[in-house]
Design a protein around this ligand. Sequence first.
Ligand code: FAD
Length: 451
Amino acid sequence: MTTFDDRHAKLLFELPDPAGQRRLRDVTCLRGAREVLFTRKGDKILKLADIHWSKMVVKSQIPNPKTAARQALVVGAGIGGLSAAIALRKAGWDVRIFERSTSLRELGFGLGLAPNAMAALGDLGVAETVLARGFEPARGEMRRMDGTVLKRATIPRGILGGPFVVAMRTALYGALLDAAGIDTVTAGSEATGFTQRGRRVTLHLANGTSAEGDLLVGADGVRSVIRRQLHQNEPPARPSRIVSVRGAVDGVISHLGGVDGLYYLGPGVESAHIRASATGIYWFMAIAEELVPANTTSAAALLAHLAPKFDDTFRAITSATSECRYDGVLVDRDPLPRWGDGVVTLIGDAAHPLLPHTGQGAAQAIVDAVTLARMLAQHVDIELTLRAFEAERLPKTAALVRQGRRTARFMRIRNPVACYVREAAVRIAPLKSVMKLYVRVNRRAGTAVNS
Ligand SMILES: Cc1cc2nc3c(=O)[nH]c(=O)nc-3n(C[C@H](O)[C@H](O)[C@H](O)COP(=O)(O)OP(=O)(O)OC[C@H]3O[C@@H](n4cnc5c(N)ncnc54)[C@H](O)[C@@H]3O)c2cc1C
């Protein structure tokens, strides 16, 4: 006999016991899963039941006032936290975000949004706004630091399987915050840890207060306190030995000389300057740590040191920049064997900080959020669904951590012979092959968020 208990949102199965007694099995349901139950009778193994949960789970999707009012607590109002809030709210959850900063804003620099990020933003309903505020670059040029052109290329439209958009972080952040609703965020609330009791979780805040919910999502970035509590023996973040500087400048598009993006490649140095709106350019520079003079802690000092090695275009764009940022040494973390525990999980940089060489950190945070909410909407048991979510996302993001390290090693090459070979490879590699590789990497990293 099968009954559906709405109150506990579980399927209860009463199975006849071969010994004549009846046993009650309490089984949570995972869509698509199959469970075969066996029992022993003397020497024989008998099949008791062959259950296809996909047929049963349909009942659990009947809107249930109890499940619809489930409460999610999200730590961190970055790109990942806001995306999670939008996606979970769309799936019927009550969501509260707790953000440490007292002001809600992203830094004024840009970022590349790969097709998988744009697809996930589409699910959140903000892709069009971001596209309208950003820029879809097509024509690019690769140069040596002295300005010698190594390659010019136009990306054929559609080859990436979707739009690749560069946008200012303020544009993306504004669109996400509007969609999440400012009322969702409690600013100036620093999380310090959590406790779990049964199927409920309590989030503790530095101001002495706490909040209770059915789900806790740690979206609190690379130095996540939620991750630290879940993985107490984890070593500190791993330094990449690459230092980065970023800037954004308005009104000097003409310096790009008719292309949408310039990419400089030199021994231990790379720098990209790319349109990020109708009038804005976003640029970044990554430098092998040993090339940075001792005690340098500001973007201005590092630029003053390196700018003479670059061409006039680089100097014109960076010297027109009023707001730049010295990031220091970039870090990532080794992939974890598991992310969460109970009704607690991690997303974005808290789960899998990546080197920017993947161009996928924000993209993966958004894909995590969309995937998490989709899976929670399909299944009733939160704990099991979180583990299924992690099993889906962990291997993909771990592959990206490794890919980021490989690309970073390639980019920080300083040996003259290796630099010569790298330059030759850049010159002769057909654009189509490079693009195909990019699409493959993107797919592996969860492009098909809707499938
Ligand atoms: C140089 C550089 C270039 C990059 N370029 C790209 C790119 O082109 N494309 C791309 O996709 N990605 C890029 N990234 C990566 C991307 O910026 C990050 O992966 C993304 O911002 C991560 O978002 P998040 O929400 O997970 O974390 P975060 O943005 O770090 O947000 C975490 C939030 O949690 C808050 N918080 C922290 N601790 C607490 C606490 N205890 N309590 C409450 N709140 C807390 C923080 O204040 C913050 O608001 C780049 C990164 C760097 C460094």
